[in-house]
Design a protein around this ligand. Structure first.
Ligand SMILES: [Zn+2]
Length: 465
């Protein structure tokens, strides 16, 4: 224990950010004070001229004024549910999100869950680009094929196991991941034998409950009679996944890569790998997952876990029925987001595009050089407009345009610009947040929406069927 505490003092890990610090620094920040004044009295032009205001940053905040509010205490600004971080604390916020070296897109996704400030993406980009650990360990940018197996009904129903080892280190890791929430548990195991693995799995099951199905390869710990006895005893089904079908395990392998990356980075920085692993897991579990768009911990526990980044408190669903409802909503969202992700390679509303020529001659280039702007998307159909003329075609007939058409207003949504939508997400990276914003418009995939069922007060002694 003592070693661990000493180690915390020795590492250069950034200190968690508290709400008190945010209050104090917001009070000292002339720009944010001007913004608070402007939100209250609506006089942005006057507030902008107050002494000490950084006008560039004030203007960027002004662009999102419709989403801003001031907390009751009067000394924090919120953009939606995210806290606006004063200049003094911005660097640390970026450092806190960067813990675990999750790479560009995930670090952005994590920080955006909790806080906001003008130029936030740019700051993250600067940090990740200059971070050797992130650069060296980030795999080449390829598009990960979607995992097509059906999503389990609920958290911790179907879990997958995998093992990994960091080259040069004796320790093996067992990674247990929940196929619904993508929540992961990582435990060191002394060897890949049933007698080493079963106690570790047993501990995890003790914490999270007995799953319905445990998936694994057919390796030594799992093909033993001891393991099948254990499965029978606990009452879960053991499903062996053939290693010849790599897609089945793609997600576990992808995560394993990320774990190794985090451990390697820790070693490279001379830090304790296991402590670094815990910090990495905390951030990983709180970062929206690429397949679901929701942080694994949120789907797993029905609440958002707190990280070292600050957040404002908001009501958590507590009632059992409500939780079920939110679970099913979350599940529908998962499907919807997935569907959106499939389209992700495509094109978004407000983006400039080029359209394939129709009935073209051989001498023509395949795309018409006049850019259009996307005004509508419906499934795979895209509607685009140029100088008042609209065309609707299958999305495959469009591609991104490097320039916008003249006389067409640019998208006012600063978020989209900040997201760098033209970057292809890496295998560890979630699709851009905007997918989530578009998700509610998608058709419900899971049948009719379930409404929360409440019995009238007088029936409260009856059981709902
Ligand atoms: Zn890094």
């Amino acid at each position: 224990m003592e070693e661990y505490i000493n180690h915390i003092a020795a590492t250069s890990a950034p200190k968690a950010m508290t709400l008190t610090e945010l209050h104090n620094c917001t009070e000292r920040d002339a720009t944010l004070q001007a913004v608070i004044h402007a939100i209250r009295f609506g006089k942005w032009e006057i507030a902008r001229q107050r002494p000490g205001v950084n006008t560039a940053s004030f203007d960027r905040i002004h662009k999102v004024r419709g989403e801003l509010s001031v907390t009751e205490s009067g000394n924090l600004i919120l953009r939606g549910t995210r806290i606006v971080v004063p200049h003094e604390l911005q660097q640390r916020a970026v450092e806190l999100a960067h813990v675990g070296h999750q790479g560009m897109v995930k670090t952005k996704a994590l920080i955006r869950e909790k806080v906001w400030f003008s130029g936030i993406d740019h700051r993250v980009e600067e940090m990740i680009r200059s971070c050797m650990a992130c650069q060296v360990a980030t795999p080449t940018q390829t598009r990960e094929p979607l995992k097509m197996s059906a999503l389990p009904e609920r958290p911790w129903s179907e879990i997958s196991t995998d093992f990994g080892q960091v080259p040069g280190m004796g320790t093996h890791f067992m990674v247990i991941s929940d196929d619904f929430s993508r929540y992961v548990v990582v435990e060191p195991v002394s060897s890949l034998t049933a007698s080493a693995v079963i106690p570790v799995l047993d501990k995890i099951i003790g914490e999270f409950g007995v799953p319905d199905v445990v998936k694994s390869d057919n390796g030594p710990p799992f093909n033993s009679s001891a393991f099948s006895d254990y499965a029978r005893h606990k009452g879960f089904k053991h499903r062996k996944i053939t290693p010849l079908w790599p897609l089945a395990n793609a997600e576990a392998e992808r995560f394993m890569r990320t774990v190794k990356k985090s451990i390697k980075a820790a070693i490279a920085e001379g830090k304790s790998w296991n402590q670094e692993l815990h910090s990495f897991l905390l951030n990983y579990r709180a970062t929206p997952h690429s397949s679901t768009g929701i942080p694994p911990a949120t789907l797993m526990f029905g609440r958002a876990i707190k990280t070292t980044l600050p957040r404002i408190a908001y009501e958590q669903p507590q009632h059992d029925v409500r939780q079920k409802d939110s679970e099913s909503k979350a599940r529908r969202k998962v499907y919807a987001d997935r569907k959106a992700y499939v389209r992700e390679s495509g094109i978004k509303i407000g983006e400039p595009v080029l359209m394939k020529r129709e009935g073209m001659r051989k001498s023509d280039p395949p795309f018409c050089p006049k850019p259009l702007v996307v005004t509508k998307r419906n499934g795979s159909m895209v509607t685009a407009e140029c100088l008042g003329k609209t065309v609707t075609r299958n999305s495959s007939r469009f591609k991104h345009s490097p320039t916008r058409p003249e006389n067409v207003p640019t998208s006012s949504d600063e978020e989209e610009d900040e997201l760098g939508l033209h970057q292809y997400p890496g295998p560890d990276d979630p699709p851009p947040d905007t997918v989530v914003q578009h998700a509610p418009r998608l058709p419900e995939v899971q049948g009719r929406p379930q409404r929360e069922r409440r019995l009238p007060e007088r029936f409260k002694d009856f059981v709902m069927a």
